[in-house]
Design a protein around this ligand. Sequence first.
Ligand SMILES: [Zn+2]
Length: 301
Amino acid sequence: MGCIYVSPSQKQELAAGRLSGQVSLLRCPVCREPLHVAGGKSLICQQKHTFDISKYGYVNFLRKPIETKYGNALFTSRAEVSRSGWFAPLTGRISAMLLETLPNQRRGLSLLDAGCGEGSHLAAIAEQISALSDQQVTGVGLDISKEGIALAAKRHSGLTWFVANLAESPLSDRSFDGVLNILSPSNYGEFHRVLTQGGLLVKVIPGPDYLRELRELLHPGSRKESSLEAETRHRLQNLFRLEESSRLTYRREVQPPLLEHLIAMTPLSWGADSEARRKAAKLDRLTVTVDLILLIGRKRS
Ligand SMILES: [Zn+2]
């Protein structure tokens, strides 16, 4: 998929074709009426609310841009870190779990990544599920950052990418078999609304030792707050039955330039002074702990 060059105008055309087959997943974020593809270039509702399909194939549903701390450099770094296989144990476990837990759907499996950033996790999971089964995956990635979504659409043109706010999302009720929410803020009410009956929420949060060695370098003496897991469980359980909660911990040795990308993608580095960042980026190598907590919730009816 990655080695075939697709020009921007072809990307827009491909996306329009794909979106025509996915309109049942969508609704107008303004009036909640159905959307359809018009002229191969936009999505439009009956009340004529119109959202253009960009030349890279993503759709921007925000009426005005939302300022985020996440710029292009951060997403490029995160894509590089993902490409190195950094998150492979995580995406592998999620793919296997979804295949085991969700029934084999004749119509295929629809997955939403809410807060997908540059789309690496969704792309990896969709690819793994297709490789391990005969399930067709319809993957939709949503993020408020246009920079993240633009990068996702450029790199993974076989999936659907939306710039949108979860609170005013362009997604219809009961349309997704699975919602992924990986190291990203939640909107549990919205996840519940868009999931099919019995659908699964996969929520991933950092564990207490997540990137511990980097944190110690950039923020000496700081401690990670430990109540995150309990709080997250509590909030999730209002609308979901907690089916599984597990911890995934592994260590990886990193060297430059990957180490610089790892520092650039982590929020921890925002508070660090530039001297500490420079020193850390100059290390020959560093062994870093990845510590993640996976919470799997089944939609309560
Ligand atoms: Zn509308």
